[in-house]
Design a protein around this ligand. Structure first.
Ligand code: CTP
Length: 402
């Protein structure tokens, strides 16, 4: 998977810098092209010459060195890279990256990079456990950077604990796994629906629900990360659509969602209906704002079409259809019934009464149920992680159709 990939390696000043030499060698053996940026501190541990020889490319350290190969070196390097790896990543570069400090070649390049970035931390275990370092790593993870966690063992300083740079073979394996996953859904169209629909009562009021859209947006983001062409159809949501989508369609009512979804599903291989579609809409929408003249007010509701059921009826053999079920009781029984009733391949069932689960939370715990009855239990975790687990399971079980 690394054949022809352009990897930019940042080496910072820690004793593990010597291990980065083996990382370069393994990356090249795997077919990657490697360029190295070193901090000045890193050159105290390993010479520029070593990295130049092992990478077969000039090594950048100084922002102000006479430029030989690139126009504006840090920008050119940032644009060149398919992925950036910082190994070893000291507490200092982690802190600088978290803050956006740009005071040398590597930190400046990191600010200009749009490709995926991996940090392999290595430091004394107390420095690693320090709240400042952990907070900075957390910031980087939330920003979408990948952390290759350090191993535990005897450190150069004599201490014992987490902080050893991950083994070079494991670092290279993490990059490989990323590129394999990134190509998994390449060329495959995935349709995701998210958030709740709103059904108007009059020009200023509507019936809505508590769905935030987080689960659907996380699924769309995960599908993009796996290389899919993703169409996200969303009801009103405060969230920013993930970058890299093929198309984002904003809708309000169930009827609007139905129209877009039925059309887009015709050309989609995977359809995931995470939206909380309103089951009913007001039968008559008042043209004027309803005045509070009466002591009681009744609104007559009429059933919305079940979009997922219609998708099930039209499902093509190679299409994978995933529904969601939000239940407050008899979770498995209701979820299984929905698989049958709506002709689904999978249903993701969540008990919305559980703490940390359901609507308007950042976390969830779900059961993914396949048509053959097998169940994957996913414990409480972020919706982004749940999205990953859903794709892992769906792709593993539905592999022959992708
Ligand atoms: N759904 C849909 N169109 C509707 C209602 C629901 O496409 N009009 C989809 C949702 O996107 C979700 C799944 O159906 O994937 C489950 O919806 P849910 O409301 O839990 O199930 P219902 O079939 O409406 O059953 P009940 O109301 O009895 O729980």
């Amino acid at each position: 998977m690394l054949q022809g990939k352009k990897i930019l390696l940042g080496v910072t000043g820690g004793i593990a810098a010597y291990k980065a030499v083996e990382v370069v060698s393994r990356l090249r053996k795997a077919g990657a092209e490697v360029r190295v940026v070193m901090t000045r501190e890193a050159t105290e541990f390993v010479t520029k010459l070593t990295f130049r020889e092992i990478s077969g490319n000039p090594v950048a350290v100084d922002m102000w060195a006479p430029v030989q190969h690139w126009n504006v070196a840090h920008i050119a390097l940032a644009e060149w890279a398919d992925a950036v790896l910082v190994a070893p990543a000291t507490a200092n570069i982690i802190a600088k990256a978290a803050l956006g400090v740009a005071d040398d070649m590597l930190s400046t390049t990191l600010l200009a990079v749009t490709a995926p970035v991996f940090f392999a931390p290595a430091m004394n275990s107390n420095m690693y456990a320090h709240p400042a370092t952990q907070k900075n790593l957390d910031i980087l993870v939330k920003r979408g950077l990948h952390i290759i966690p350090p191993g535990t063992g005897k450190l150069a300083c004599g201490a014992e604990g987490p902080g050893r740079l991950a083994e070079p073979a494991d670092i290279v394996a993490a990059l490989e796994a990323f590129f394999i996953e990134g190509a998994q859904l390449s060329g495959i169209k995935v349709l995701v629906t998210a958030a709740g629909t709103i059904e108007p009562i009059d020009p200023v009021r509507y019936i809505g629900n508590r769905s935030s859209g987080r689960m659907g947006y996380a699924l769309a983001e995960e599908a993009v990360a796996r290389g899919a062409e993703v169409v996200l159809v969303s009801g009103p949501s405060a969230l920013k659509p993930p970058s890299g989508l093929k198309q984002f369609v904003s809708v309000e009512t169930a009827a609007e969602m139905r129209e877009v979804v039925l059309r887009e599903a015709e050309t989609s291989r995977i359809v995931i209906k995470a939206a909380a579609v309103a089951d009913y809409h007001p039968k008559h929408v008042s043209e004027q704002k309803i005045k509070k003249n009466d002591e009681e007010l009744s609104i007559r509701l009429e059933k919305n079409p079940d979009i997922l059921k219609e998708l099930g009826q039209r499902k093509r053999p190679e299409q994978i259809l995933v529904g969601f079920a939000a239940e407050t009781q008899n979770l498995l029984q209701y979820a299984r019934e929905k698989i049958e009733k709506k002709n689904l391949d999978f249903i993701v069932a969540n008990d919305v009464t559980k703490p940390g689960a359901g609507f308007n939370t950042t976390t969830n715990t779900v059961k993914i149920i396949a048509r053959d009855g097998s169940i994957e239990e996913v414990p409480l975790m972020t919706k982004r992680e749940i999205a990953k687990r859903i794709f892992d399971y769906v792709l593993q079980k539905g592999e022959n159709r992708i």
